[in-house]
Design a protein around this ligand. Structure first.
Ligand code: DX5
Ligand code: ZN
Length: 218
């Protein structure tokens, strides 16, 4: 499978969101990566339902919603209603992760679990079979534009091994500090989906940057 590119709209121009949405629609990107932060699980607040609903109105590609919030269970139905196609929760925020994943699937969405940089891959052993996506944070969640944590490569190799051994169909997604250089190495290590925020939106030509990320070979 060719790898997927998911530009993170956290780095978009919120005063001209429709422009940036059209840019992604017209690009070689595959998904919209949509970061929801609650100021509790992470030390930052991003946006919520009304903004996601507005994005959905214009987006022609799936919405990959990354929840950096406590108690995500409370909002699963709402996220489906506003247009999430893939819903990812944090392992660290879900004491009843199996139940949370089933609830996401029951709403007809793809289910993902995200791990913080310090959380070991082994915690996924008994849930990976049920997942569509595993999102490894390659920065501490909460902000765009941070430096890629090198230990992520090792975790990708461990996760690839766990997925292959368990017969899981989960895709590996990486979020934080992705650029042409880290992206190429991540693909070699076995990654399926690259999220990129500032590398795309702060570049001179975002369309070209997406094309470049999409054309990275491994
Ligand atoms: C960080 C978010 C990321 C962020 C990535 O908490 O989950 O999706 O937008 O931004 P960059 O690509 O700039 O590191
Ligand atoms: Zn994210």
């Amino acid at each position: 499978m060719a790898h997927l590119i998911a530009p993170s709209i956290l780095a978009a121009d919120f005063a001209n969101l429709q422009n940036d949405i059209e840019m992604i629609n017209n690009s070689e990107a595959d998904w919209f990566h949509v970061d929801v932060m609650d100021g509790v699980f992470v030390p930052n607040i991003s946006f919520g339902m009304p903004v996601i609903k507005a994005i959905k109105k214009h987006a022609t590609k799936p919405l990959d919603v990354h929840l950096m919030i406590v108690n995500p269970d409370k909002f699963i139905t709402n996220f489906k209603k506003v247009g999430a196609d893939i819903l990812t929760v944090h392992y660290e925020a879900c004491p009843h992760l199996h139940r949370t994943i089933q609830a996401i699937k029951n709403e007809g969405m793809q289910a993902g679990v995200s791990l913080n940089p310090h959380t070991p891959i082994a915690v996924l052993e008994d849930i990976v079979q049920d997942l569509d996506v595993v999102l490894l944070m390659s920065v501490n969640p909460g902000f765009g534009g941070q430096k890629f944590i090198e230990n992520t490569y090792k975790k990708v190799i461990q996760l690839r091994d766990l997925i292959d051994k368990s017969g899981s169909k989960a895709k590996i997604e990486i979020d934080g500090g992705v650029n042409e250089k880290t992206g190429a190495k991540l693909l070699v290590a076995g990654v399926d989906i690259l999220v990129a925020g500032s590398y795309v939106f702060k570049s001179e030509n975002p369309l070209k940057t997406i094309k470049l990320l999409k054309s990275l070979a491994f």
